[in-house]
Design a protein around this ligand. Structure first.
Ligand SMILES: [Fe+2]
Ligand SMILES: [Fe+2]
Length: 383
């Protein structure tokens, strides 16, 4: 079959989109290394136009207005509403998790790797580092959300969206604050941002289309965060972290709902070519997030060479099964937006490659009870 030149332009390959042919290629994943600037600041160009609107009609978009009103009642104070006096014994908690076999690697073939010689002490340290790394990436992602929602205030065309996004800016500031405080006060500091997460956040901030901020941050990054917070909340036995995550999750459910409500309307007016661009962006975001879950900075800190980490990750099927669960919110939300099956169902095929398509009929986040709840987490007794 001959492909017309204009059609060729839209058929971007994995190599064009994510810089490699195979979605799962750990050697390629480990070759992307995050670097922090020496002056402690990371500049990114924002190519999106700031929009003023002269239509001040509050409630013109009732769904967004409802979320805005709910959000006003749901504010909490990260400094005073959490039990910061709680003593956290990191080693003891990691030892309990070790006994519960949570490493995901105990059934893997460790032979020929440095991990083969690890005893209980190293596995416990690995558990501690993994938790510190995860919470660090949550913190960096929260800063991404803070910056992106400030961008949405500037670039969204509707007053109801600007109002709601302003509420979310305050939510995200609180989230950065509480993760940073937990890492500093209870875990002795944080990891730098993972390179893959950094690339994704840069792409989102850099994009010239206002709706891509929503798709990248509200739907993809926050959708994965909502699932990840949920699992971390379920797994942890530490009461301060449990409460912190529960409060953050209550806010995040509204944030994802904000993305879905806004994009549903906007996407109805897009052409197939424009929708395809959104599908590609969603796929790229999904791969970047999947890549970051290889947690390469932890392997490095534990002194595990890349080839050993690649061998372990390749055969750790339990870990992969768990990882794919993190897409349980993203896939139904993309379906609700019409992205899964737009055009020839391109994104459906890509999510199938990632092993995540089975979640398509799970509940989407506009129906999440937290997003619809009225009172603050304290009033609802969420602990
Ligand atoms: Fe957040
Ligand atoms: Fe958020």
């Amino acid at each position: 079959m001959t492909i017309a030149p204009d059609e060729q332009d839209t058929m971007r390959s994995n190599l064009d989109l994510i810089g490699r042919t195979d979605v799962v290629d750990y050697e390629a994943i480990f070759s992307v290394v995050g670097v922090e600037e020496a002056n402690g600041l990371h500049p990114v160009d924002n190519n999106c136009k700031t929009l003023f609107t002269w239509d001040y009609t509050k409630g013109a978009r009732p769904g967004l207005d409802k979320l805005y009103e709910k959000s006003k009642k749901a504010q909490w104070n990260g400094q005073t509403d959490l039990p910061w006096e709680t003593e956290v014994d990191t080693w003891k908690l990691a030892e309990e998790a070790y006994t519960d076999d949570q490493s995901g690697f105990f059934n893997a073939d460790l032979s020929g790797t440095v991990v083969e010689k690890w005893g209980k002490k190293e596995w416990i340290q690995f558990g501690i580092e993994n938790q510190k790394w995860s919470l660090s990436q949550f913190m960096h992602g929260e800063q991404g959300a803070l910056v992106c929602t400030a961008k949405i205030v500037e670039t969204a065309p509707w007053i109801d969206a600007k109002y709601y996004a302003a509420q979310q800016v305050a939510d995200e500031a609180r989230h950065v604050e509480v993760f940073s405080k937990y890492l500093n006060d209870k875990l002795d500091g944080h990891y730098q941002m993972n390179g893959h997460l950094g690339m994704l956040l840069d792409d989102i901030v850099n994009d010239s289309n206002w709706d891509m901020t929503y798709l990248g941050m509200q739907v993809m990054v926050e959708g994965l965060a909502l699932a990840a917070f949920g699992f971390a909340h379920q797994m942890t036995k530490e009461p301060l972290l449990k409460q912190l995550l529960r409060y953050v999750m209550a806010d995040e459910a509204r944030h994802v709902a904000f993305g879905i409500l806004s994009l549903q309307e906007y996407y109805q007016g897009l052409t197939q070519a424009e929708l395809r661009e959104r599908q590609e962006f969603a796929f790229e975001a999904a791969v970047r997030m999947n890549d970051r879950l290889a947690s390469q900075e932890v392997w490095e800190r534990m002194g595990v060479p890349v080839k050993d980490a690649v061998k372990l990750l390749t055969q750790a099927t339990d870990r992969k099964d768990f990882q794919v669960l993190l897409f349980s919110k993203i896939v139904p939300n993309c379906k609700k937006l019409g992205l899964l099956d737009a055009g020839d169902g391109w994104l459906r095929k890509k999510f199938t490659d990632l092993g995540a398509i089975a979640f398509e009929d799970w509940q989407d986040t506009t129906l999440d009870e937290d997003a619809l709840a009225d009172a603050s987490p304290m009033e609802r007794g969420l602990v």
